[in-house]
Design a protein around this ligand. Sequence first.
Ligand SMILES: Cc1cc2nc3c(=O)[nH]c(=O)nc-3n(C[C@H](O)[C@H](O)[C@H](O)COP(=O)(O)OP(=O)(O)OC[C@H]3O[C@@H](n4cnc5c(N)ncnc54)[C@H](O)[C@@H]3O)c2cc1C
Length: 360
Amino acid sequence: MKEAELVIIGGGPAGLCAAISAAESGAKVCIIERNKTLGGQLVKQTHMFFGSEKQYASTRGIDITRILLDKLNSYGENIEILTESTVVGMYEDGVITVLHKEDNYFKIKPKVVIVATGAFEKALAFPNNDLPGIYGAGAVQTLMNVYGIKPGDRVLMVGAGNIGLIVSYQLLQAGVEVAAILDAAPKIGGYLVHASKIRRMGVPILTSHTVKEAIGRDYLKKAVVCQVDEKFQPVEGTEKEFDVDVMCISVGLTPLNELLFMRGCKMKYVPQLSGFVPLRNENYETTIENVFAAGDATGVEEASSAMVEGYLAGLCAAAKIGCRPDNFDERRSDYVRQLNDLRSGPVGTHILAGIEQIVI
Ligand SMILES: Cc1cc2nc3c(=O)[nH]c(=O)nc-3n(C[C@H](O)[C@H](O)[C@H](O)COP(=O)(O)OP(=O)(O)OC[C@H]3O[C@@H](n4cnc5c(N)ncnc54)[C@H](O)[C@@H]3O)c2cc1C
């Protein structure tokens, strides 16, 4: 069995920042990432980020990954990176099981672990929702921005939050027609600056609308949509059809935290944080000693807050195993201040109401 000081599960922005912070404090860090490359969601984000300057606003997501990797590489001897390695189990005795590539299983026993596994896309229930051509927004972004593949010719986007709006714009840039964007809510959820840009390009945004069914045999040919009332129930007689070969579902993300459930961490369903999340103390340690959690796995937010949460979790997890820098209190207070600043708007107030429910 492999021994390790500090293991980080997930190499997205939260995991990378946790690694930087822990290595800077002098801990020996091992990052375990299931993909071939590090960066998590950032690797497909070719758009410039919004948010705060300290968290690289106006920089493209893919470039933020490069900046974080450069920082990480400067702690060379303290960092081990295992890619194409999926953590498949976390057990009571602290042992972690990892599957490397397809059939190489091995075990690691770290002194302390940070779970930064991110989130997964929510699906939508309607007849034929499993037809080829119906994708999550993240999958469409990956096809286009990572592999350079057009997902189809004509898309119906479902969800007018920031992700739905940004991916619609990227589809238009790639030469794909966007037939319409729908959202069941009566208002557009994303920033109006993104919505206006898309409307100017001739794409209608239909609020209070949902998908009634998908039509096709071997692949998607049509989407039937209808209006919903204030209780989100379909309004008979309002059906419209769109001839599309792609439907892109962008109705939010849910924290990906089966490993925390498996390890026995106390979990709570918190709607403001988009699903079940672990209870944790102010240092981001869960109810299981030496198991920390950060980023979207503890509540869906943004890369900016995931990065700062990662820095804070890395600092505190390293301190737990004796790597406590002299400026620990100063650094910790700075991260708390940055998180408070990021959560100062209306969305932040909603998130804070969720976080209040999980602090122990
Ligand atoms: C289209 C889109 C646009 C966005 N735009 C912005 C924006 O402009 N500004 C902004 O601040 N945020 C934006 N976000 C949100 C941002 O990308 C996420 O909030 C952020 O990536 C969360 O970071 P994370 O490290 O917690 O999770 P992730 O980035 O999801 O990283 C988690 C990592 O964990 C790995 N992993 C999961 N399970 C395992 C396992 N069992 N074993 C090993 N590895 C595992 C995954 O492969 C992944 O690499 C956007 C998101 C999307 C989808």
